[in-house]
Write a protein of this length. Structure first.
Length: 385
């Protein structure tokens, strides 16, 4: 497609905008209600997205070729669905439907969470699908599920992308859109998006965090097992009665911890003694989840997260999905957290993109954004169809 015009609904900080611009698109309308996102959007694109789409008449939206929307997924009424067609009024999907009804926009690109497919036993997807078809859109029979890591962006982030073409004569004919040569998780490396030099001091881990990671690294290297398929809970090595009033899965994990202790008793006893029985560790620091198989030999070679469930270690192939980034991943090799600029790269925003000045807001905004590369690749398939 040569030059085209698009609108950006629920625009966030402009993941769709960036993807469309990369393909030659011009944004003629954007809508967002989060004030921080509106500011970031303006700083980057000089467009005021401060419109609540609920309050905008369809005829007041400029003519456009592509409608983009990363719409929030709300429950569709089950009762309504059983009556033959769910009532979409009151949901944000209705706003999209209302605009399409008026504009008969040529192309639609919608993005949503992976869960959309199974949400409400599949009724949410069925409702969206049937409503869009009724408006005259050709769609894929099932939603496309795609993740940045499949295009070499090292982030595991499966999302649903819904692609449609306005073609009322053929609305009952499915679009056949597939992606070839997709990469596997292990064909990625986190280092492709990382800065290898010095970064701002604020991103480096604290001495306490380093102490805790070192302790667990010593533990991992000291035990006989290299692959651990269950969470390590130090408090259950010896003192607790595993037959307490716990669910079966937890009892099973406790039994495995006791067995691990028995097989490595001499080493673990000296390890516990060295680290004062972990008395100066917080309760979550007394747990470790090794999820790296035998691919790495040290915590410091992996991606580490301090989580409520313990210290999680994964291979340095892909980062977990950037969500609103509560537990920002630590790059073991560099002893620091992922920087805001690196978070931007994980969502395929260019280095020229200006993030929110507040790190907390910036991480949150990138975590909520659509991945630019994923949308761009999907849009190419749609426009070339």
């Amino acid at each position: 497609m040569k030059k085209f015009k698009f609108i950006d609904l629920f625009s966030g900080i402009g993941g769709f905008h960036q993807a469309m611009e990369n393909l030659g698109g011009e944004c003629v309308f954007a809508s967002e209600i989060d004030s921080h996102c509106i500011e970031t959007y303006y700083n980057n694109y000089k467009i005021d997205a401060n419109h609540n789409v609920r309050g905008v008449a369809a005829e007041d939206i400029p003519v456009h070729d592509v409608l983009c929307a990363g719409f929030p997924c709300q429950a569709f009424s089950k009762a309504g669905y059983q009556k033959g067609m769910s009532d979409t009024r009151g949901t944000l999907f209705f706003e999209i439907e209302r605009i399409l009804k008026h504009h008969k926009t040529k192309y639609i690109i919608l993005e949503n969470v992976r869960n959309l497919v199974s949400h409400d036993q599949g009724n949410t997807w069925k409702t969206i699908h049937s409503h869009l078809k009724a408006l005259g859109y050709r769609l894929t029979p099932v939603p496309i599920i795609i993740s940045p890591h499949q295009f070499g962006i090292p982030q595991l982030r499966e999302r649903v992308v819904i692609l449609g073409i306005y073609d009322p004569e053929n609305a009952n004919k499915d679009l056949q859109i597939t992606f070839d040569n997709l990469l596997g998780k292990d064909e990625n490396s986190i280092y492709t998006v990382l800065d290898d030099g010095k970064v701002d001091d604020k991103y480096y881990i604290s001495e306490k965090e380093e102490y805790v990671i070192n302790a667990w690294d010593e533990f991992y290297k000291g035990i006989k097992e290299t692959v651990i398929g269950f969470p390590i809970w130090a408090e259950y090595f010896k003192d607790k009665d595993a037959e307490e009033d716990f669910p079966e899965w937890k009892k099973e994990f406790i039994r495995k911890n006791k067995s691990l202790y028995q097989l490595n008793k001499k080493f673990i006893d000296s390890w516990l003694k060295k680290y004062n029985n972990l008395n100066d560790f917080t309760p979550t620091h007394r747990k470790m989840e090794w999820q790296a198989g035998n691919k790495i030999n040290s915590l410091w070679e992996g991606v580490i997260q301090f989580r409520p469930s313990g210290i999680r270690v994964k291979t340095p192939t892909c980062f977990p999905a950037l969500v609103a980034m509560v537990q920002i991943p630590i790059i073991g090799k560099y002893k620091r957290r992922l920087t805001v600029r690196e978070a931007a790269r994980l969502q395929s925003f260019p280095n020229s993109f200006k993030p929110d000045a507040d790190d907390h807001q910036a991480y949150k905004q990138f975590g909520n954004a659509v991945n630019v590369m994923v949308i761009e690749q999907a849009a190419r398939k749609l426009f070339d169809y």
